[in-house]
Design a protein around this ligand. Sequence first.
Ligand code: BGC
Length: 754
Amino acid sequence: MKRFYCYVSALCLVWAASCGSSDVPVYLDDSKPIEERVEDALSRMTLEEKVAMLHAQSKFSSPGVPRLGIPEVWCSDGPHGIREEVLWDEWGGAGWTNDYCTAFPALTCLAASWDPSMSAIYGKAIGEEARYRNKTVLLGPGVNIYRTPLNGRNFEYMGEDPYLASRMVVPYIRNVQEQGVATCLKHFALNNQEYHRHDVNVEVSDRALYEIYLPAFKAGVVEGGTWSIMGSYNLYDGEHCCHNKRLLVDILRGEWGFDGTVISDWGGVSDTRQALDNGLDLEYGTWTDGLARNSGGSDAYDNYYMANPLLEMIRSEEGDAAKADIAKVDDKVRNILRMIFRTSMDRTRPYGSFATQEHADVSRRIAENGIVLLKNDNSVLPIRPAEVSKILVVGENASRRMTIGGGSSSLKVKYEVLPVEGMRNVYGEDKIVCMKGYSSNPDEKVESLDELRAAAAECDAVVFFGGLNKKGYQDCEGADRKEFGLPYGQDEVIAALAGANPRTAVVIISGNAVAMPWVDSVNAIVEGWYLGTEAGNALANVISGAVNPSGKLPFTYYAKLEDCGAHAFDAKCYPGETSEGGDGSDIYAGERKPTEQLEKKVFNERYSEDIFVGYRWVDLYNIEPTFPFGHGLSYTTFEYSNLALDRETMPVDGRLTVTVDVRNTGPVRGGEIVQLYVGDNESTVERPVRELKAFDKVFLDPGETKSVKFVLDRTALQYFDADRHDWQVEPGTFTVYVGASSRDLRGKAEFTVE
Ligand code: BGC
């Protein structure tokens, strides 16, 4: 009997194996190629089901196909941690208790590590958090170029140099996506300021577009393979970037072969026809039926440009016109399905993990690698715990939570170690004396300068934690900074403290450069960024010397605003102006205005500095910045020697190997970021004096030497020829510069390109 049952069940298995698979629709069959699955799913969908997939259904989700079991898309900000769950229809928190996340350092800090392995661990950890929270899409990373230090969102980006940002963004993307979560690279493109972000129309040369503003996006698409990208709010060439033909159709899909989903920034769509024709796939944005028209109520989703208006448009068409538009809808659905198959319908994707000790450790390591020691005269730092009995900790930012604020990147964290807590952890409670020094609240009274001076003089050392704070106009989405200087009277406080105690260290918490009128009178300055969950511990570890700082600036620290190319011209260059020369306050002042009003006026901005952004500008005009691009000190010193090229002449399509020895000549182990710049000595077009073309971060014990090797190819030599729409290399002599910053060049050598 038993044998009979075995026989029957074996027969059943054979039968199931031979014909059972035909019961599984192709789109659900993992063994089939994704493109076949996409086509199969598409062939089963009605037009209504397709259009439903093209727009949001809640603040952060859009429909799947319930009838077919195709899951919804769930997005989350990004880019520094997984945002709390919000209500279906409102920005308010949903009040869940299982969404306290790990906050990772802001992307400026990641860029300041100049270490792609830090991007890799960042991407893996944040990807695991996104996966655990069941997100399809992580809204980040951001790679808009740092054009002006006033941009309120620079802290979410990777600095001023396209090469550095390109190298740092790729591992972040790859490692997030290995967790089965799509990154959404943002904000594509030319979203370099928050002022008038919804209606500024950027005019930029093709050369600057291709050399400065696009490379990091291209790297994220082509090398990183991002599965989605976010169109930006602003306009380029008179068209909103969420449905901009040149950017999305010609460049993104045409030149770069992007096959993922183009997602709008929230409320960034303003025209059904343009969105259908010009490459947008998925419209998001709540409480609005697009960029301009506030619906003023919940459930406006059916009114979205890519919802009923699209359906009605297609239904009113006939013949070829209808067919052509349905084909466009099909293409969009394909792009979204492809992303879903790569993420939530990938049965092999990992399960993720959330708010773990391991992630906190990763966050702290990245923070410690990105903190930049800007100045350290007379070895004020490190302040070794054994050397001091009292440290005065001053400044509101010593005890201000920085994971909150700043706009959409604000986080609900499991915990955040404040700078003062980190100081107490390292030095012990008894050694830390606290004073507020200044307040962001104009009604709050704090100590007088005399009181601060007296306290500073009594302590062995003073550490001031100030800077910006992610409030409106102070590194925050939706508005630019109004001034380059520090707010709340901090300059006077710093000058008073430094005058009373020469062992004063100033720690700037910010995502932007700030004016430092006191730079010569303060002996030690640290750029402390927004560091996330482990902020206080990372800062205190650097201040005490437990960690040797090894970050370098990913942007130029200008001495004054006018030293920045974007501020060296008229108002049209920054912040932009209307066609009548107005400041645009009549068309937009932070609040969205109805389409009809927006259409009346255009707010234009011309990038007159062209390719000369950041160090490219100050180098061209020999302007002395407070701290140059690539600058950062260590508690040890490094010596460069034996710079050598493997050849004197390089064929255009050949390779050139550059080697240099770097030796740790100081007392402690440390990391040095060795930077390689290339300059074209004679050129028929104007070119930057030199441009970053390679870098490597090496860690050395005292006395240890490492030989650092760089291999250059034509991409290190070329410029973008707009007339030919191609990259060109002009034969002639070039110079390779190797150094510790864009200004601290330790060696150079010439070679000839044939
Ligand atoms: C921001 C995006 C963000 C989105 C969702 C927009 O206002 O510009 O960066 O991902 O909101 O929060």
